[in-house]
Ligand binder design. Structure first.
Ligand SMILES: [Zn+2]
Length: 451
């Protein structure tokens, strides 16, 4: 345990999903080596004073589209600028979507996305693969690459359609006893469908995004075309201004489970292709940098959730659902040293002028957020500190994942076992047997006896 620059984080409150304790954290060689009171100070290691601050597991954004080729454009924030912005906001892992063209081999698409991401990523990452078409062989190959998880599902258009599509997906999934991860929950109606399914015992996880928690669709009527276009995404933000608060309530009480961003950014000049026809506006918004602050502000600072639930919905639950836990999503001995030192009282104002994303617009422009990441540590290295980035392109790693995460599938396995029909062991009947008379009619069904 030497030669890889140990760091001792001293005096902070270590926050996990179920506990907040005053403790030191010692990291070395990319891993958390110890968590405890008054840890010794190994010679030559760096000490970061976290007194009065929170020490959180790095955020996991379950839903991004970096440099996504879409509607004839490429998303502005690529894997470098996107992950650089992520760590500046306290997120240390992203799950991006591989989206194969029709008839393109799923594995070829996966290789293409890897070749885009590997030289550029500044934090760890993994993939979802959108199944745009199907072949048995391709699916098996993908599993061998460590791509797995419950079904993703893209939902579109008006609120009722979003709700109906959600219901249809849940119905189909439950018919084949398949758990479901539902991306970007944007509306009350879709959220309510998820709530009802969970009450019926279905294994469904809903993911609202920073945009649907932090802003709403009233901006579509803005007099400034550029501003209105900046919010265009699919499915759209809902114009009901009470939607973000409603989704946050469900996230706080456990009805919704994890958070992503659907980060997919386009500049004003690209959005302007749709200046006379909104359907031609490349759709997508920012979020990867601001997700943690938005959820702290609207969730914790507003009093809807505590810091433990914050950790669960920004990191731990995603780690469990996508089989990254306890490597990610927890501050514990042996876990990856992906850590954020968070100042719950500091305040920052979000703006496109100061953000680290490349895109020229920010849907949260002007929002004042309490809760600011002071230091972000990715795989044991300080990548962001006091407003300054220390990232290196390609330093992040692709994290393969095993299929059938316990958090998702154990309940299904248990149910399968309990429901398996088993023969009843009993003594054969020994009493009198009376044969039916050929002329009588059955009492029960009223039909003529067949004898
Ligand atoms: Zn998406």
């Amino acid at each position: 345990m030497s030669g890889c620059g140990g760091i001792l984080i001293r005096g902070g409150t270590v926050v996990n999903e179920n506990s907040s304790v005053l403790a030191d954290v010692y990291i070395e060689c990319g891993l958390i080596q110890a968590v405890g009171c008054q840890l010794p100070h190994p010679k030559g290691c760096r000490v970061i004073d976290a007194t009065g601050k929170l020490v959180l597991p790095g955020g996991i954004d379950s839903h991004t589209h970096m440099q996504f080729p879409f509607m004839g454009y490429q998303a502005v924030d690529d894997f470098y600028h996107g992950t650089k912005a992520a760590v500046a906001g306290g997120t240390t892992m992203i799950l991006d979507f591989v989206i194969p063209n029709k008839d393109e081999s799923l594995l070829a698409a996966y290789d293409k996305w890897r070749s885009w991401a590997d030289p550029k990523v500044c934090c760890d990452y993994s993939f979802h693969v959108a199944v745009t078409w199907w072949s048995e062989k391709g699916a098996k190959k993908l599993l061998s690459q460590g791509i797995t998880g419950p079904e993703g599902h893209e939902l579109c258009r008006p609120e009722q359609v979003e709700a109906e599509a959600t219901l249809r997906a849940i119905t189909i999934a439950s018919c084949i006893n398949c758990p479901l991860y539902i991306v970007h929950v944007m509306s009350k109606s879709a959220a309510n469908v998820i709530v009802n399914a969970r009450r019926e015992g279905k294994v469904v996880f809903g993911e609202p995004i920073a945009a649907s928690l932090g802003t709403d669709g009233t901006h579509y009527w803005d007099k400034d075309w550029r501003k209105a276009a900046g919010y265009v995404m699919g499915p759209p933000l809902r114009p009901d201004p009470t939607t973000p608060g409603y989704l946050m309530d469900l996230l706080a009480n456990g009805d919704l489970t994890l958070t992503g961003t659907d980060n997919c950014t386009f500049n004003g000049c690209q959005k302007a292709f749709g200046k006379d026809d909104f359907t031609k506006i490349p759709n997508g918004v920012n979020g990867v940098e601001d997700r943690m602050s938005i959820i702290w502000e609207k969730g914790v600072h507003s009093g809807k959730m505590d810091e433990n639930r914050f950790v669960a919905v920004t990191s731990t639950n995603a780690a469990k659902i996508f089989n990254l836990y306890p490597k990610k999503g927890i501050i514990a001995k042996g876990s990856d040293a992906d850590i954020v030192i968070w100042d719950p009282h500091a305040v920052r104002t979000i703006s496109a002028k100061t953000h680290h994303q490349l895109v020229d617009f920010n849907i949260f422009e002007g929002m004042v957020c309490h809760g600011v990441p002071l230091v972000t540590i990715s795989r044991g290295k300080v990548v962001y500190e006091d407003g300054i980035l220390h990232v290196m392109q390609g330093s992040g790693k692709y994290i393969p994942r095993k299929p059938f995460a316990d958090y998702v599938f154990k309940r299904i396995k248990q149910r399968d076992e309990v429901c398996l029909p088993t023969p009843v062991q009993r003594e054969p009947y020994q009493g009198e047997v009376m044969s039916p008379s050929p002329t009588t009619t059955s009492h029960h069904c009223g039909k003529q006896s067949c004898h």
